[in-house]
Design a protein around this ligand. Structure first.
Ligand code: SF4
Length: 285
């Protein structure tokens, strides 16, 4: 039986702003052959962000070794890391005059360092021609190589280190089956212990069937590893084969979560239906 189609509530209907610098951003990205999570994940904020000249680059290709059911990035056998990628991203940063660059990657379980050296090389290459640029990384969980990956990344400090828990642990088997909740927390913990001055950040999505008590516990778990920044957004089904939305959470509820998170001690919180981990990320620094 097919699922009844859910009607989008009013607060999720909005015009797609695509003015400003949208075309320039789009052309520059495509001429340089750069992947973005904005397009690969069908992000609803693309019109707004690209109009402001902001995009989140997706390094290490657009084929993922995992098959998370909330994400539309395709699963398969990825290509080896591209040695020209750091230089192309440096050019993007120069051409778009980017002051705060968010870098993410597909999960690369096939690489011994999980792709950490490509993150490092991108940052250090971009810095050579864009001295004052600041960085935020949204990294995979570096399964089986967390310590090694953080050692590699140490050569590219400073940056904000983001790693997303995505949802509550009970829903991992259906939403994030290749991942482990505790391992994700451990990564954030290790980063904070290693680099106390490095802000850490995580994100979760609402609307996958999580319960309030479970969300509360996730936020407490994040604070227990001294995670500094938090973003919370509405899950929106990004492709036909992705998980269905269980609930459209009212904007008031997002505000309540923001208050709760601040009371727990998060230093920066963004919580709204359209919040994504990289959305307005520069406002945290
Ligand atoms: S919120 Fe992030 S992923 Fe979405 S369009 Fe903006 S920069 Fe891209």
């Amino acid at each position: 039986m097919t699922e009844p189609k859910r009607r989008l509530p009013e607060w999720l209907k909005r015009p797609l702003p695509a003015g400003g610098n949208f075309n320039n951003t789009s052309e520059t990205i495509s001429q340089l052959g750069i992947e973005t999570i904005c397009t690969n994940a069908n992000c609803p904020n693309q019109g707004e962000c690209w109009s402001h000249g902001t995009a989140t680059v997706l390094i290490l290709g657009n084929i993922c070794t995992r098959n998370c059911k909330f994400c539309s990035v395709i699963k398969g056998k990825p290509l080896p890391p591209d040695k020209t990628e750091p230089q192309r991203i440096a050019q993007l940063a120069t051409e778009l005059k980017i002051k705060y660059l968010v870098i993410t990657s597909v999960t690369r379980d096939d690489l011994p360092d999980g792709g950490a050296s490509q993150f490092r090389d991108v940052i250090n290459t971009v810095r050579q021609s864009n001295e004052n640029i600041r960085f935020e990384l949204l990294v995979p969980d570096f399964k089986n190589c967390q310590s090694n990956a953080l050692d590699v990344l140490a050569d590219a400090l400073p940056f904000v280190l983001g790693h997303n828990l995505e949802t509550v642990p009970r829903l991992y088997p259906i939403a994030r089956s290749g991942a482990n909740y505790q391992a994700s927390l451990d990564l954030l913990n290790q980063a904070k212990n290693k680099w106390p001055n490095c802000p850490t950040k995580s994100s979760i999505m609402l609307g996958l069937g999580e319960k309030d008590e479970e969300v509360q516990q996730v936020l407490k778990d994040l604070r227990s590893v001294n995670c500094d920044r938090l973003s919370i957004g509405q899950y929106l089904k990004p492709s036909k084969s992705s998980l269905d939305v269980v609930e459209y959470v009212h904007p008031d509820k997002f505000e309540q979560w923001a208050i709760f998170a601040k009371e727990l001690g998060f230093k920066w919180v963004m919580s709204s239906p359209f919040t994504r981990s990289s959305y307005n990320a520069h406002t945290g620094s």
